[in-house]
Design a protein around this ligand. Structure first.
Ligand code: HEM
Length: 322
């Protein structure tokens, strides 16, 4: 007997609903230019929702910054006796530590409203959550892919249920292809925009004038049969190295490209790999009914209209029940 779950709705978490509210309100405002005036906008329902959501988000960022600051102070006091250096490890600072370091040396406080902290917290949350719910759907809809992935996970982890290391994650090659293929069909950021500042000559002798707005429609690009034959088919092997050779480097850009691309893509990939591996190690995912397909909607990020419905059963041979 499986349990039915909704892989996307976690409305009980105030942070999750605040992220969705904030993104949706910002999006709604951007398509209603008459709401450009802050005074007017703050009096509308959307403005009030946005301000309430931002309060929750800033509060959360403030808590994270504060607890990290305290941890750093404890560390400075010498409560940690063996340093990574002593162990011969290359120390990697977390992004938040780098920001705190920079603000400490500049003598300026890193506050809850600091855009950098907010950007990487919002940017990293909904995108990864939406991607994972679609990965789980694709695994449920393609049992042979799920079986192959479960095999890889079993090979890498064996009977161990210990902590996952970055070396373990590096071995999950098939899992990585599954994630890439899922992001092809369901890119968390389905389109992004740029303003072209200088005249831009393109192929065919055309010139795009300066000041033009450009939309990069990832969702459509990823279904271009010239690059992805039989585009609706879920086939992780499209991302085998030999099948990527010759494909235009910008034909597949779920994390964007160029100087303003996603700064969290490596972290996001590790997060998705470890979560997918953990779930598939313990659970079998299946569709709630034959032919079920989530209805997708583009509310700033790509998400399923009513969440992704899945049936979850314990996997035999699992180390512990899910
Ligand atoms: C599945 C996971 C993710 C996807 C698909 C994704 C996708 C993207 C895309 C397409 C952009 C560029 C948007 C644009 O050009 O307008 C972007 C930017 C960004 N992402 Fe991600 N992202 C993911 C995860 C993360 C994570 C985990 C973090 C942080 C921990 C993060 C932080 C950011 C930040 C800070 C930016 C803005 C970079 C800038 O403007 O210079 N993202 N992301």
């Amino acid at each position: 007997m499986g349990t039915k779950v909704n892989a996307q709705q976690d409305s009980k978490s105030p942070y999750v609903s605040a992220v969705s509210d904030a993104l949706l309100s910002v999006h709604m405002r951007s398509v209603q230019p008459w709401l450009d005036n802050d005074w007017m906008y703050n009096r509308t329902k959307g403005g009030k929702t946005l301000n309430a959501a931002l309060k929750v988000l800033h509060e959360y960022s403030r808590e994270v910054i504060e607890s990290r600051r305290q941890e750093r102070q404890e560390r400075r006091k010498g409560s940690v006796s063996i340093s990574d250096k002593d162990l011969g490890l290359k120390r990697r600072e977390a992004f938040l530590d780098l920001l705190l370091e920079a603000s400490d040396s500049a003598g300026a406080a890193l506050s809850d409203s600091d855009e950098e902290v907010d950007t990487f917290m919002f940017g990293g949350h909904d995108t990864t959550a939406a991607a994972m719910s679609f990965i789980f759907y694709n695994l449920a809809a393609n049992p042979e892919v799920q079986a192959r992935l479960a095999e890889e996970v079993a090979e890498v982890f064996g009977a161990s249920d210990g902590a996952v290391t970055s070396q373990d994650l590096a071995q999950l090659k098939y899992t990585e292809r599954v994630i890439k293929e899922s992001l092809r069909l369901y890119p968390s950021v389905p389109l992004f925009a740029r303003r072209i500042d200088e005249e831009l000559p393109i192929t065919g002798g055309y010139v795009i004038p300066a000041g033009t707005g450009a939309l990069i429609a990832c969702y459509q690009m990823n279904r271009n049969p010239a690059f992805f034959p039989d585009p609706e088919k879920f086939d992780p092997d499209r991302f085998l190295p030999e099948n990527c050779t010759g494909r235009h480097p910008y034909a597949y850009v779920p994390f964007s490209a160029g100087p303003r691309n996603c700064i969290g893509q490596k972290f996001g990939m590790l997060q998705m790999k470890s979560t997918v591996a953990k779930v598939v190690r313990h659970c079998v995912l299946s569709l709630p009914r034959p032919g079920y397909k989530p209805v997708v909607t583009g509310r700033v990020i790509l998400r399923a209209e009513d969440g992704v419905q899945l049936k979850v059963s314990p996997r035999k041979m699992a180390i512990s029940p899910c």
